[in-house]
Ligand binder design. Structure first.
Ligand code: HEC
Length: 141
């Protein structure tokens, strides 16, 4: 057990991009950390894009499509879900949106709702909205 934790910590430390804390202290921090790594690097078997290809600087800066069109950052994204999607006539949750972006934007295989990858991405995206008022169906900022 101890050895596994040590090896896991070493892995996180080695995989840590500079300026970012290595092995996190508790499991929520670790989920947020892993979510950020996925956000910055994972292609989910798609064409080579990752989340930050469009959602710049880990989602904290203005987003930009490959054709240069700009749109809102993810800085309050977790605070405005669930929201009503008139196109599909469904109420959409944050995990629904993550799956949609993996399928459509990354052309990848979306992580299942109950997968560790989904938990980690949702934890990371929610961390960006920390302290923002909940505003279901509100505007992305
Ligand atoms: C090719 C560009 C592109 C990539 C890459 C991309 N997205 Fe998106 N994302 C969008 C666009 C465009 C929207 C807003 C329109 C929409 O509803 O699809 C959006 C919206 C979102 C939103 C909702 C933001 C809001 O406030 O409305 C979340 C959350 C999100 N994306 C997460 C992700 C995650 C996680 C990934 C990586 C798995 C990802 N995106 C990859 C283009 C992209």
């Amino acid at each position: 057990m101890r050895l596994a934790a040590l090896v896991g910590g070493l892995f996180l430390a080695v995989a840590s991009p500079s300026g970012f804390p290595a092995a996190a202290a508790d499991s929520l921090e670790q989920a947020v950390y892993r979510g950020r790594v996925l956000f910055m690097t994972a292609t989910f078997g798609g064409g080579g894009r990752h989340c930050t290809t469009c959602h710049k600087e880990g989602g904290t800066a203005m987003s930009e499509l490959p054709d240069g069109r700009k749109f809102a950052s993810l800085s309050n994204a977790a605070a405005i879900f669930p929201r009503y999607d008139a196109k599909t006539r469904r109420v959409k949750t944050l995990p629904d949106q993550v799956q949609a972006c993996v399928r459509n934007a990354l052309q990848g295989t979306a992580p299942a709702f109950e997968s560790p990858e989904m938990t980690e991405l949702v934890s990371y995206i929610t961390s960006l909205s920390e302290g923002k008022p909940i505003e279901m169906d509100g505007k992305p900022r």
